[in-house]
Design a protein around this ligand. Structure first.
Ligand code: DCP
Length: 218
């Protein structure tokens, strides 16, 4: 595959916690000339020895703002990373950080309105002044109770206390952003994939998106 211009066809892979975003990206590792950018969770778990993800879950009132500020920085780094291949697949984006996670923290009062205002200003500045390429959003749509079970099974230590209600709230926020379009910025067309299926069946579902992602690369 040859790049037709300098800008790669850029795909954001979005969906609830535990919806299989990493597995989806791994599915595309078999193809040539695709850059896969998985979410920098490990950076969030170790910034100079500090586990910001853990601090955020243990004491959200104190750490949610710090955590989301760092998430925005790492996301911006991924958005801006030069890509030599014709296709770039990214796990999440600054948009889901803002419209799902920060939105939730504002709605339920985890962060002070003044903290929200600062995060929102950062988001607006980035959105208006820094070019963020987006050609397609793959939405891994799931049922909250199903992903909640997956989260419990995978047992990431920081997520042990995540209640079903949080997953339900995040589901609604993803739906509002990507399906109901309640925010002004949905930066690209949305391809919805049924991500409730378990690992033995999901490959067939993922294959349905190959054409839309790969045909852009030839
Ligand atoms: N997270 C957050 N705020 C963000 C992004 C993520 O609080 N802006 C948290 C939620 C999870 C962890 O970080 O505890 C990773 O969440 P993701 O849904 O981004 O990644 P997963 O690893 O759950 O993805 P998947 O299981 O779909 O591969």
């Amino acid at each position: 595959m040859a790049a037709t211009n300098n800008k790669p066809f850029t795909v954001f892979v979005e969906g609830n916690i535990g919806s299989g975003k990493t597995t989806f990206l791994e599915h595309f590792r078999r193809f040539e000339d695709i850059t896969l950018l998985t979410e920098p969770v490990e950076e969030w778990r170790n910034l100079g020895g500090w586990n910001l993800l853990d601090l955020m879950y243990k004491d959200p009132a104190k750490w949610a703002m710090t955590f989301q500020a760092y998430v925005s920085l790492t996301m911006l780094d991924m958005h801006r990373r030069p890509t030599a291949t014709p296709v770039k697949l990214m796990e999440r984006s600054i948009y889901s950080a803002r419209y799902c996670f920060v939105e939730h923290m504002k709605n339920n009062g985890t962060i002070h309105p003044a903290q929200f205002a600062v995060l929102d200003e950062w988001f607006r500045f980035i959105h208006h002044h820094i070019p963020i390429e987006a050609d397609l959003i793959v939405y891994l749509k799931t049922t909250p109770s199903i992903v909640h079970e997956r989260i419990k099974k995978r047992a990431r230590s920081e997520e042990q206390c995540v209640p079903l209600s949080y997953i339900e709230d995040l589901h609604k926020l993803h739906e509002d952003w990507l399906i109901n379009r309640t925010h002004a910025e949905c930066p690209a067309p949305v391809l919805v994939i049924d991500a409730d299926l378990d690992l033995s069946q999901i490959t067939e579902e993922y294959k349905k998106s190959e054409h839309q992602i790969l045909r852009k690369a030839v």
